[in-house]
Design a protein around this ligand. Structure first.
Ligand code: 4AZ
Length: 246
């Protein structure tokens, strides 16, 4: 996270770190992506976090995957570290287009229901451009590989789709697809998600509206952050999300 500040696991208990012993170039404690608790046994993250390019070609990966919850300092104690029983990505996920960039991890044991963040299901107009949001993660804080030892968060705004459509018409930086993506950042630059934050939550009015997905660089005024539009991808989940009480 660029331009953010340290936050505690107590005030944002639904943020989790995805960690793997095998993760090459691991930042801290094998952390390579973020995620968010959407039911006691379900973590939502970005599909591209589970891709061979991110996890390495070794498919042992999902077996070694750990979800670290309730802990801000990844080298510290406290919270829970749980294994992943299974994963699901939308059948229409296209790694080339990063769309729809969402995955669900079913945990091998339940987390406390106090960790669950409600997911936005309202229409997009409820999160119109200008809506204040917060992005969370342990990722790069400078754009030069300075991964955060503790959880950080930055305030960003939901930006008009045209902002990302203009910045990302296609080509090397990819194409912005408003149906499954959400544009957010800081018009002036300086506050943004960055490498290592992928899969982590974008929260507005106490609800999950996005997952860190991609962008051009970090914190650049001409390179807004692209997030997975969670409310648009959720309907493709077979049977929907498990209830918070599960
Ligand atoms: C990444 O590489 C990444 N500035 C995530 C988010 C952004 C850029 C890169 C958005 O995971």
């Amino acid at each position: 996270v660029i331009g953010g500040q340290e936050v505690s696991a107590d005030t944002s208990p639904w943020v989790v770190a995805l960690s793997s012993r095998d993760r090459f170039g691991a930042a801290r404690a094998g952390q390579f992506c973020g995620g968010v608790v959407v039911s006691p046994t379900t973590v939502m993250t970005a599909a591209h976090c589970l891709s061979p390019a991110v996890l390495g070609k070794d498919v042992r990966l999902v077996r070694d995957l750990r979800v670290v919850s309730g802990r801000s300092d990844l080298e510290g104690e406290g919270g829970q570290e749980v294994a992943v029983r299974s994963s699901w990505i939308p059948p229409e996920y296209d790694p080339e287009a990063n769309s729809p960039d969402m995955a669900l991890l079913t945990l091998s044991e339940a987390l406390p229901s106090s960790r669950v963040l409600p997911v936005a299901r309202e229409g997009d107009e409820a999160y119109a451009p200008g809506t204040e949001a917060v992005v969370y993660g342990w990722g790069d804080t400078t754009g030069a590989g300075a991964y955060a030892p503790t959880l950080r968060a930055a305030r960003v705004s939901v930006l008009p789709d045209e902002k990302c459509a203009t910045a990302y018409p296609g080509g090397a930086d990819g194409r912005y697809t408003p149906a499954t993506m959400l544009c957010a950042g800081d018009e002036a630059g300086g506050r943004d998600a960055c490498q290592g934050d992928s899969g982590g939550p974008l929260v507005a009015r106490g609800r999950l509206i996005g997952l860190v997905s991609w962008g051009s660089g970090c914190g650049r005024p001409d390179g807004p952050g692209v997030y997975t539009r969670v409310s648009a991808v959720l309907p493709s989940v077979p049977g929907g999300l498990p209830d918070a009480e599960d």
